[in-house]
Design a protein around this ligand. Structure first.
Ligand SMILES: C[S@@+](CC[C@H](N)C(=O)[O-])C[C@H]1O[C@@H](n2cnc3c(N)ncnc32)[C@H](O)[C@@H]1O
Length: 297
């Protein structure tokens, strides 16, 4: 909230509104007439936000949409010049525990993993269709899983016997492939992260949405992004670095600069803001959060 600095008479976008926790904070601080556009890919989240934010009346606009379509949705809602855009990425505890869509390896549920269950392919379909090589690549790239080859082979062998339709089946395959060694994290952690990122094209969506967010910001407007895994945070960091740099992008053979490159952002967080030990103790899921912010020039 400090970095987003909400104020009255201004408009904000919460690209990942979920249950409306941050949104309520923005609405309170921008009262009496600040407005907010909230997006979420998950229709259940939009329903929760609608209930939670009902008291703010017509100051709140909620749309079920992927933030890939941020610019289009914002323009359609009249939010084409805004004072702030917030991304609080990933999934909520509520979705992890109650969606029934297979995000958690601690529950036995259908292997779906889509934030938006109305579109796209499920994790079960992805596991059924991908070749061993594709699976290995996916686990390595999105899960940074050192045992990617072993797990990919085990998945291909298991699905030849019976289709993998539930999280319980997948966890058993991973545990079978990795054996009983003691680990710091659950054996299925990295595989589940990789599948979730792939099913939702998390990095692709974020890249295009960040571009669009900058073009919606009015001068002095703030972009605030909270990432929960290193791949996501790396992408945000790189994006902010590029947008705040004035280094010419012209091909080296050109004698003079024709790109006229000017930075669009000033980074406000030299290092990412991370939770305090007290916050992590109260909410262990906050432990991997990294927040970065920038201001539109
Ligand atoms: C960590 S939660 C946000 C919590 C929220 N800030 C609050 O205070 O309640 C992340 C939300 O982002 C949504 N989400 C993830 N990827 C999305 C995307 N590409 N487009 C739109 N929403 C997305 C998820 O459905 C989830 O509801």
């Amino acid at each position: 909230m400090r970095l987003l600095a909400p104020r009255a008479e201004a408009r904000y976008v919460d690209a990942t509104v979920n249950g409306g926790g941050h949104a309520a904070g923005i609405m309170e601080r921008s009262s009496p007439d600040g407005e907010l556009l909230g997006l979420d890919a998950d229709p259940d989240a939009i329903a929760r936000a609608r209930e939670r934010l009902a008291g703010f009346g017509t100051r709140v606009h909620l749309v079920h949409a992927n933030f890939r379509a941020l610019a289009e949705v914002a323009r359609a809602e009249g939010f084409d010049s805004v004072a702030g855009v917030l991304f609080d990425l990933g999934l909520s505890s509520d979705t992890l525990e109650r969606s029934g869509r297979g995000f958690s390896f601690r529950r036995d549920e259908p292997l779906d993993m889509r934030y938006d269950p109305t579109t796209g392919i499920t994790a079960a379909e992805l596991l059924a269709r991908s070749s061993e090589r594709e699976l290995r690549h996916l686990l390595r790239t999105y899960g940074e899983e050192p045992a990617a080859a072993r797990i990919a082979r085990a998945i291909v062998e298991a699905r030849a016997r019976t289709p993998l339709r539930t999280t319980g089946q997948l966890v058993a395959v991973i545990e079978g492939a990795l054996g009983p060694a003691r680990r710091r994290i659950h054996a299925a952690t990295r595989t589940f992260q990789a599948l979730r990122i792939a099913v939702n094209d998390e990095l692709g969506s974020l890249q295009v949405a960040l571009e669009q967010a900058v073009s919606l910001l009015a001068r002095g407007g703030r972009l605030v992004v909270i990432a929960f895994h290193s791949l996501e945070d790396r992408l945000v960091k790189q994006f902010l670095r590029n947008e705040s740099s004035s280094v010419c992008r012209c091909p080296p053979q050109l004698p003079v600069c024709v790109c006229g490159r000017a930075p669009r952002l000033a980074v406000l967080t030299r290092k990412p803001v991370v939770p305090t030990p007290a916050e992590v103790a109260a909410n262990p899921r906050a432990r991997s959060a990294k927040l970065r912010a920038a201001e539109r020039l």
